[in-house]
Design a protein around this ligand. Structure first.
Ligand SMILES: Nc1ncnc2c1ncn2[C@@H]1O[C@H](COP(=O)(O)OP(=O)(O)OP(=O)(O)O)[C@@H](O)[C@H]1O
Length: 293
């Protein structure tokens, strides 16, 4: 439904997106992860027909996002990363405009207003960041679109609203929508996404199903030894991190795991715990590498 094929747009050296390809099928959520300035919004703006690629292409429902932009826009609910409603309009004004433009159903609008309560009489200039975000979410989902492009959708929302937003995304996914969602928030990606890709310096560096990503991640173990001397010895041998009698150590291959278990068998161990693998473990080191560049 959503397809990027070798999408390339160069703003400056290493700035932009380079040879980005992925597909989002109906009834699935695709997570787009990456450090600040990595190229997530640029890719999403191409899908909205707001930018013309230098090469490659973006299509939605078979329509080219640049040359058939009006057809694409009919299929898409878009939540931009930066909300910029006219400051002098009220929430009601914006919802009325949306109703007219997208011929939305009053039931869907009321349902969304019940999920994300909002004083719609207030002018945009007087709204908090979270209020504007709720208004943008209501506006985006009022359109019962087959495709949603969501750029950092939970930014500014409080935890209850974040939770409601995730429920809404899961419901829309059940209804067969194709959803692309960019975020820096790993737990919410893990709850909603079927597939995720990490983009860095404009290039996709990892892309897989969530289960595949987690299965391939480094496994972290917390081990408690009888004394600090054993902990230190073991930690040095296994390149772990020791804190008193405790050692944290991670492994990525079966060979490494077996070396760890063999070495451990020569010590008296008090407790051995494996930390649950999650998306954060998979991706966080890409963010750390970015910092050290
Ligand atoms: N119109 C533009 N002209 C020139 N450079 C741009 C333009 N839009 C984006 N860039 C640059 O392209 C790169 C990617 O920006 P983009 O906004 O896509 O990142 P992002 O992954 O969405 O970041 P964030 O997580 O901070 O929102 C950045 O280096 C940015 O400065």
């Amino acid at each position: 439904m959503i397809e990027l094929h070798g999408l390339t747009k160069k703003f400056a050296k290493d700035r932009g997106v380079f040879d980005v390809s992925f597909t989002v099928e109906p009834g699935t959520v695709f997570g787009f992860i990456g450090p600040n300035g990595a190229g997530k919004s640029t890719a999403i703006r191409h899908l909205m027909g707001l930018l013309q690629p230098d090469s490659g292409k973006a299509t939605i429902g078979g329509y080219d996002c640049w040359s058939s932009s009006p057809n694409v826009k009919k299929l898409v609910g878009y939540l931009p990363g930066e909300i910029s409603f006219p400051a002098d309009l009220t929430g009601d004004d914006i919802l009325t405009l949306t109703r007219r433009m997208d011929r939305t159903s009053p039931e869907r609008e009321n349902e969304l207003l019940a999920l994300f309560p909002l004083d719609t009489k207030v002018k945009v200039r007087k709204m908090s960041k979270g209020m504007k975000q709720k208004l943008a979410i209501i506006r985006c989902f009022m359109k019962d679109a087959p495709v949603y492009l969501l750029d950092e959708p939970t930014s500014g929302l409080d935890p209850l609203m974040q939770e409601r937003f995730l429920e809404l995304v899961l419901r829309e996914k059940e209804a067969g929508k194709a959803i692309l969602m960019s975020s820096h928030h790993f737990p919410e990606m893990e709850k909603t996404c079927d597939h995720a890709a990490l983009i860095r310096n404009g290039r996709i560096v990892v892309s897989d199903s969530i289960d595949g990503l987690i299965a391939s991640s480094r496994k972290l173990f917390h081990i408690e030894f009888e004394n600090t001397q054993s902990a230190q010895q073991f930690s040095e041998a296994m390149h772990g991190k020791s804190m008193g009698t405790r050692v944290d150590v991670s492994v990525s291959t079966t060979d490494e795991l077996n070396t760890l278990l063999q070495s451990l068998a020569t010590y008296r161990v008090i407790s051995f715990r494996s930390a649950p693998a999650d998306l954060e473990t998979v991706f966080i080191h890409y963010y750390a590498e970015e910092e050290s560049v």
